[in-house]
Write a protein that binds this ligand. Sequence first.
Ligand SMILES: *[C@@H]1O[C@H](CO)[C@@H](O)[C@H](O)[C@H]1NC(C)=O
Ligand SMILES: *[C@@H]1O[C@H](CO)[C@@H](O)[C@H](O)[C@H]1NC(C)=O
Length: 529
Amino acid sequence: MQLRVLKFLLLALVGLQHLELSTGSRILTAFFFPGKSHFMMLNAVIRELVQHGHEVTNITPFSLAKENLGLNYTEIVIPQYNFWPSILETTKVNSVVELTDVSTLTLLKLFYEMGLKSTSMAFESPEVLKLIHAKDKAGKYDLLLVEQFFNEGALFLGHLYQVPVINLFTFTFANYMSSLTGIVTPWSYVAHGWKPYTDRMSLSERIDNVYVSLAEELMRKYWYYPAQDGILEQHFSKTFDRLPSIREMERNISVILLNTYMPLEAPRPVSFNMIPVGGLHIKPPKPLPPKMQKFLDEAVHGAIYFSLGSQVRCADFPPEKLKIFLDVFARLKQRVLWKFEDDKLLKLPPNVMTQDWLPQTDILAHPNVKVFISHGGLFGTQEAVHYGVPVLGMPVYADQYLNIKKGQIAGYTMGVDYRTVAEQELRHALTELLENPKYRDNIKRASRIFRDRPLSAMDTAMYWIDYVIEHRGAAHLVSEGLNLPWYQFYLLDIAGIAVALVLFPLLALLLICRSLRSAKKLKAKSKRN
Ligand SMILES: *[C@@H]1O[C@H](CO)[C@@H](O)[C@H](O)[C@H]1NC(C)=O
Ligand SMILES: *[C@@H]1O[C@H](CO)[C@@H](O)[C@H](O)[C@H]1NC(C)=O
């Protein structure tokens, strides 16, 4: 009994302490890039911050007004930059599904373009400009949260308001982060995030990995960073005496929250301030809409959930491709729930249900869902692993190949190429995933590892946000490697000295020998004469 009272008191004390830490901070967030899926993570964090009693001012392309977050939530809605023209211009494709054929470097260039344009556009929003040109900035905010995507210009707000900065990274680790955090990332076993390689690479894979990672470093240094600096210059050089460079502002980033967690990521060097919080967007499941709930509840042989994410439209597939899917589905015992954007296009077999939007996490949580046909996006992959649903992967671009490849190696995913897949292959893959218990066993194991954490993903994110506010920035987490010139960072100066130390005596010896020899010759000559 006494023990219980003690425990209660202790818990109350801990609770109080936590409350004290987490109420009443004023947080500014700046999310410029209108990538819909990114906001699964970003908005989840916003909601939680408001719930914790923080006052949030949210610069965002997607309004949360419908959610009624209360008086402590203010938003500045910026126009949604339309990235379609950039995609057309840079890659010469007609729809997202064609991005499969685009090289990694072209894709990088495309993302840089999109980041630059959306950053520039955000700085034209009158509301954002009002924040930037406000007279009285001191003490207005306690923290700036920005998305670490390709909108580094947003860091300027942190500089202006003199507040610590946290980056929310909606992707998993990226190799370029080593120059953001001052650590060495060995390209020998750390694959570039958009390459379908693992930590065990063949020689040709390593060559490609070094090529892409190095090219990215150089593109960032000589093209991308100057271009981001140029945006600040273009918008603000008249109104501010001195503009900081992006690189300077990046050194002030206190913590980076990354959208990943074990076992989705292989071990790699990290800095103290890189905190993986993957899966924080996953909430306990809610009931489904009645029609869908009934459809899945009554799927006695199980169900397949099919969605290629928010960017890829299945309705864009050519009719002969759609026919392959429908023919295979029609001959299955299982039911199929398909995210499909245009239901007029299809004559559906009775076991298939389509809808243009589906509550994905809640569907994956349904015990009758046995297979997830997915493009391998990061959020969907995390949800599949969280709920232990084997995946049939059809990657389209960027990190999707890697996510699918990782699942294949871990033994819970099969991959097919959506462009070439034929009826036979699709049927075989689905049957294998449905009937061979190996896939389910493997993803259940991954699920247990993914969920086993000292603090939940969201609590970890909240802990570090409170931590940075509490300590007014966390310079003590930031590696000094960030401040070293590259030849010191890679010890090239030491290598130079070492080489000199070996070469110098050798050279000296050589010179001495030579002069001795010529002296001897001279002597011999004079004797002969
Ligand atoms: C709103 O924020 C203030 C501090 O900025 C805090 O004291 C208050 O509790 C918050 N209100 C709610 C309803 O969370
Ligand atoms: C970095 O942070 C320090 C301390 O908060 C601040 O004085 C400085 O102006 C910041 N640098 C930039 C470039 O914002």
